[in-house]
Design a protein around this ligand. Structure first.
Ligand code: HEC
Ligand code: HEC
Length: 443
């Protein structure tokens, strides 16, 4: 089997290592104030994806390239009109203006796109002249279109920049940054799950929610979101998955609800983000229409093309010992029987079958929550494609395995496999090597 990348692939430029950050000095500060600059925003809009493995699309397809470029804009900046939910209903613009300074925003895992910041702002953050403890600075960052996954409308009211509407985009949960400027501030990494983000804590800031709903949202924690709670009332948050490495996989989500990404994009866009359009699924009885217009359907092909262009990131050099990884690969295909389900280039049998709950080592759910599969359209699980695994702990749909060691231990115990400690250690090392860059390095 050729689905583990050749060791030399690790030398190919991967994402910038974490930790190359610059400190923010503490000097007297003023809130960041900016003149309106359409040009800056346009510049930000034109910044292309980087550091995530590039495009997996054939270079000869100009039409596809155009579609991918369009999809990138949608993924990063399109709210599909979901301001109706985030502003009109949840009143998040008021919360942000009153209480969310950049330090708070970063602490709940929101990310700042350093490439959208003009030089003067970069300088101001570096030397501490810009006050990161003022909500006005957050508004200025929104005006620059620099907060990943948030779109703010800033209007001048009484001579003051005022946040009048706010909405969210796919990038909120499925992009992070490389921290190259400071923790939480750097270049965008689209498709990477934002495991620092605490969506529940953010939603719970809304003044429009009951205390009991707030308690549920506050219970989720970092990197998790329940994309069904608002429909079935069950509190079972899911790990936010990456949106990369999905080429060739025709079962989308951990329960394989849709055959293509567009199915789920419509689901999330309408039922979770609150975008204008419709989603209907007879298998679960979900039937939601927002608004009288449709701001989603026409965007689905481009959005899907963009996601399919996002390859899983290569493991950083030195992430694994190649000799141990090769041994681990043999366990994966042999004694571990892992490849009976994690098969083929996609590392999953999802295109031919799904698995009943009894096949899955991550059930029962933690804390007595009903099975996530039981809430889905298929009532089953998809064998997880393992692309870019090194990058997105914790593992399994419910995040019940905090590390790769815990994954392997769970399999060994739950399936009474009797693997030796050495085999398990090698399996873990081999997992750090899987990157899913088959088209580039392994075929
Ligand atoms: C509030 C956080 C959040 C937002 C915003 C969000 N997602 Fe997701 N996304 C999730 C979660 C959680 C799941 C896991 C659902 C599951 O497996 O049942 C998921 C699953 C997915 C998957 C399935 C991945 C796989 O392995 O099959 C794709 C693709 C995806 N989202 C794309 C998008 C797109 C495109 C948007 C914008 C239209 C979006 N998401 C907006 C949280 C979010
Ligand atoms: C019977 C089929 C089957 C076998 C055999 C199997 N897996 Fe899995 N694997 C799955 C399914 C289904 C999931 C998704 C479970 C979930 O989301 O909770 C999964 C999830 C995983 C994940 C988590 C991926 C992620 O993104 O969170 C890892 C890692 C993994 N398996 C590794 C292994 C290893 C190592 C073995 C062999 C020891 C193995 N699997 C054997 C079906 C299987």
């Amino acid at each position: 089997m050729a689905y583990f990348c050749a060791p030399e692939a690790a030398r190919v430029t991967g994402p910038a290592p974490r930790g190359r950050t610059q400190s923010i000095h503490h000097l007297p500060r003023t809130p960041l104030k900016l003149a309106t600059s359409g040009a800056m925003i346009v510049t930000a809009l034109l910044v292309l994806a980087c550091g995530n493995g590039g495009s997996g699309q054939p270079a000869d397809s100009a039409t596809n390239a155009a579609l991918v470029a369009q999809g990138e804009q949608i993924f990063r900046f399109d709210t599909f009109g979901d301001e109706s939910q985030w502003s009109d209903t949840l009143r998040m613009h008021e919360v942000i203006a009153a209480a969310v300074d950049p330090t708070t925003a970063l602490s709940v895992g929101l990310k700042v796109d350093a490439e959208a910041l003009p030089a003067a702002v970069v300088q101001g953050i570096k030397n501490g002249a810009i006050d990161l403890k003022s909500p006005d600075t957050t508004i200025a960052l929104l005006k620059l279109n620099a907060v990943v996954g948030l779109q703010g409308k800033v209007e001048t009211i009484g001579g003051k920049d005022t946040l009048t509407r706010v909405g969210v985009t796919c990038a909120l949960c499925h992009s992070t940054v490389d921290d190259s400027f400071a923790p939480g501030i750097g270049k965008r990494l689209d498709g990477w799950a934002n495991r620092d983000l605490n969506p529940g804590a953010i939603i719970a800031l809304s003044p429009a929610l009951s205390a009991s709903k707030k308690a549920v949202y506050n219970s989720w924690g970092k990197g998790k979101y329940d994309p069904r709670f608002n429909l079935d009332g069950i509190n079972g948050p899911q790990v936010i998955p990456p949106a990369f490495g999905l080429t060739g996989i025709h079962r989308i989500t951990s329960t394989g609800d849709g055959e293509d990404i567009a199915y789920w994009n419509r689901y999330v866009g309408v039922t979770q983000m609150g975008g204008h359009g419709s989603f209907s699924e007879p298998r679960t009885g979900v039937n939601v229409t927002n608004g009288t217009d449709d701001l989603i359907t026409s965007k689905l092909p481009a959005l899907q093309a963009y996601q399919l262009s996002l390859n899983a990131p290569l493991p950083p050099a030195g992430n694994f010992d190649p000799v141990a990884a090769a041994r681990g690969q043999r366990v994966f295909n042999g004694a571990g029987t892992c490849s009976t389900c994690h098969s083929g280039l996609e590392m999953t049998d999802a295109n031919s079958r799904l698995h009943p709950v009894s096949d899955v080592v991550s059930e029962p759910e933690p804390s007595g929550v009903p099975s996530y599969a039981s809430r889905s359209a298929t009532k089953q699980y998809r064998t997880a494609p393992l692309h870019g695994l090194w990058q997105h702990a914790p593992y399994f749909h419910n995040g019940s395995a905090p590390t790769l060691d815990a994954v392997v231990q769970t399999y060994n115990t739950r399936r009474s496999m009797g693997l030796s400690d050495g085999d398990m250690a090698d399996l873990v090392v081999s997992h750090r090597r899987i990157d899913g860059e088959f088209h580039r390095c392994c075929s």
